[in-house]
Design a protein around this ligand. Structure first.
Ligand SMILES: N[C@@H](CCC(=O)N[C@@H](CS)C(=O)NCC(=O)O)C(=O)O
Length: 190
């Protein structure tokens, strides 16, 4: 068994799936948790990291970076990455969709104009107002389900509010209201 050393900040985020994986398989690893992302400890090791950021997983001294590359490596090693390449692709689809959320949150967390993570409420709101492919997938999936259920959001007010926000976006609204959308009217939101 190789030796593993995981380097990240004293927070969860991108290292969390890697921690979970090690606990899942019951493999010992060294956990290097840097206290202050903007502090001296990180400044010192940053030039030694392959792309200057964390997480980094050292496998017998070989430095791996990029959280998804790391988790995929561990998934392949320990049998958590499906049985066929098609299953692996499905796993990738789900993983990349959730990564969109992390990317968005990271843009706020590391916002250069607001050091110390003091992002004003209006800026924060605008970040979450903007749409990603995850929102489009969400809308498409829920809309499709209307073939089978009258109201896919019954009992799910937060998801209903998300859907409302997506379809209220001026460009999405224009698209849905356009006459060219008519042939697909069965997909139109109720
Ligand atoms: N795509 C990379 C992103 C890595 C990343 O942005 N790491 C952040 C912490 S979550 C970091 O190291 N920030 C400090 C810096 O870049 O100086 C991954 O998935 O690992």
């Amino acid at each position: 068994m190789p030796s593993y050393k995981l380097i990240y900040f004293m927070s969860r985020c991108r290292a969390e799936p890697i921690h979970m994986m090690f606990h899942m398989i019951g493999v010992e690893y060294e956990n290097v948790a840097i206290r202050d992302a903007g502090g001296d400890d990180f400044r010192k090791i940053k030039p030694l990291l392959p792309f200057g950021h964390v997480p980094v997983l050292e496998v017998d001294g070989v430095k791996l970076t990029q959280s998804k590359a790391i988790i995929r490596y561990l998934g392949r090693e320990f049998g958590f990455y499906g049985k066929t390449s098609l299953e692996a692709a499905q796993i990738d689809c789900a993983m990349d969709a959730t990564d969109d959320v992390i990317f968005k949150a990271g843009q706020i967390y590391w916002h250069p104009d607001f050091p110390g993570f003091q992002v004003p409420a209006d800026v924060l709101e605008n970040f979450f107002k903007s749409i990603t492919i995850a929102d489009m997938f969400f809308f498409a999936a829920c809309n499709y389900s209307r073939f089978f259920v009258k109201d896919p959001f019954e009992g799910f007010p937060i998801l209903a509010a998300l859907n409302d926000r997506i379809i209220a976006h001026p460009k999405i609204k224009k698209y849905l209201d356009d006459t060219s959308y008519k042939p697909y009217e069965q997909f139109k939101p109720f």
